[in-house]
Design a protein around this ligand. Structure first.
Ligand code: ATP
Ligand code: MG
Length: 425
């Protein structure tokens, strides 16, 4: 029979990789906790309208990348393409602003976008993201960028660079937008088809178009920073001053506009030279109008999301800590196997990782399994050991002729001995 295949752009995280994922996720959670961020878990499915209203109907995500379908009752649902919209929906729905003036949230989990699959770009991918709601000043932006940079540092990712820009606010953006459109109109013929359309719908997106013609036009375009009102300019300067005080190196990228409509003021990206074409590790910005646009109170906010699949590509073996040592139990005969059960149970309860070959073949084949499994210790129980109330402990890493290679240990001293010598969980 023809086997059924996984969906294009989606991947299994097999057991041999999941330990690394777990480690990464636990590092990220601890850093978030150290910054005072608590985890929000929202459903993976939302009403399509949520993303249309927040991300914007003219964005690539909403226009062509969403996994949407009709539910049985006809309502339109979408697998979340990002995390901020859901977090804000939950924030509004639970009236969180009534109980706390400032909220610090983080989330982690799968996101879905129907993009062209390639290295670092998948249709189901994973993000960790953080949102700081309720603070309008630059201190919030600085805290969040600091968190983003610390998350990368906690995983040993060096060599990331931070880029920064400001998109202004509803007071200054319309005038900037007008000056940008006026400039782009004079060069319309050099723009790609998408950008010619964007001229009318979303002209700022022309600035980060990857097409060569558009990029050349964008290079000469007026800078968003030159169009900022005094308040936005002060905000931006203060964010930069904060980053400098933290010694967080950054550079201004005039062409970074981000692909989501809800951003205001500060936008930022963390890039890596190790990733090739898909070089954005994390990205975010301020979204002061979003809570209100989704029917909530006027609450300013700033957030970011980092791509875990891309981070995983960067985590070479040397950056990953070794897992716990494995203890392997090999027995000969029914009585020895029965005697081993309680011993194994006790060792596991003490935090040791213990396994065996449950097929219980010959001792030789069990030893082979232990070797294949990469066991640190093998515990042997045969007739002799049964009789003496001992276990033969083989240290698979010790030199062949060393005394530690093979020891006979009384059963009641075994746990103590192993606990002192292995890495446990
Ligand atoms: P890109 O420019 O790479 O498409 P983006 O601007 O669409 O990224 P965001 O929506 O800001 O990305 O998401 C934040 C992060 O999530 C990205 O920096 C990236 O690391 C990761 N990411 C986004 N889309 C994908 C995807 N399809 N596959 C894997 N990771 C992704
Ligand atoms: Mg994208």
């Amino acid at each position: 029979m023809e086997p059924i295949r996984i969906i294009r752009g989606m991947r299994d995280i097999l057991p041999e990789q999941s330990a690394a994922w777990r480690w990464m996720e636990s590092q990220l959670s601890s850093v978030c906790a150290r910054f005072g961020y608590a985890e929000i878990r929202t459903p993976i499915l939302e009403q399509s309208e949520l993303f249309a209203r927040s991300i914007g109907t003219e964005t690539d995500i909403v226009a062509k990348e969403m996994y949407s379908f009709s539910d049985r009752d006809g309502s339109q649902l979408t697998l979340r393409p990002e995390g901020t919209a859901s977090a804000v929906r939950a924030y509004i729905e639970n009236h969180v602003e009534r109980s706390e003036p400032v909220s610090r949230w983080y989330y982690m989990g799968p996101m879905f976008r129907h993009e062209r699959p390639q290295k670092g770009r998948y249709r189901q991918f994973h993000q960790v993201g953080a949102e700081l709601l309720g603070a309008e000043g630059p201190a919030a932006d600085v805290e969040l960028i600091d968190l983003m940079v610390e998350l990368a540092a906690s995983l040993g990712l060096s060599g990331c660079s931070l880029e920064l820009n400001s998109l202004g606010c509803p007071a200054c953006r319309p005038a900037y937008r007008e000056s940008l459109v006026a400039y782009l109109r004079t060069r319309e013929d050099s723009l790609c088809e998408d950008c010619q359309r964007r001229l009318a719908t979303n002209p700022l997106r022309v600035l980060d178009c990857k097409q060569e013609g558009c990029a050349r036009v964008a290079d000469g375009a007026p800078h968003t920073l030159d169009g900022l009102c005094a308040a936005c300019r002060d905000h931006f300067d203060a964010v930069r001053a904060g980053l400098e005080a933290l010694s967080i190196a950054h550079r201004v990228n005039h062409r970074m506009v981000r692909g989501l409509d809800y951003y205001t003021r500060t936008t930022f990206e963390l890039l890596s030279g190790e990733l090739g074409a898909q070089n954005a590790v994390a990205a975010g910005g301020r979204y002061d109008g979003l809570v209100e646009a989704l029917g909530g109170p006027e609450v300013p906010a700033v957030g970011f999301a980092a791509g875990l699949d891309r981070i995983m590509l960067m985590l070479s073996g040397s950056r990953l800590p070794a897992g716990p040592d494995l203890v392997f139990v090999a027995t000969r005969g029914q009585a020895a196997w029965e005697a081993s059960l309680g011993m194994v149970q006790g060792l596991r309860r003490r935090g040791l990782c213990v396994t065996s070959d449950v097929r219980l073949g010959s001792l030789k084949s069990q030893m082979k399994r232990a070797d294949k499994a990469g066991a640190r210790f093998v515990l042997l129980i045969g007739d002799e050991e049964l009789e003496a109330g001992t276990v033969t402990v083989k240290d698979m890493t010790a030199a062949t002729d060393s005394a530690a290679k093979q020891r006979s240990v009384p059963l009641d001293e075994l746990a103590e001995l192993l606990a002192g010598e292995v890495r446990s969980r």
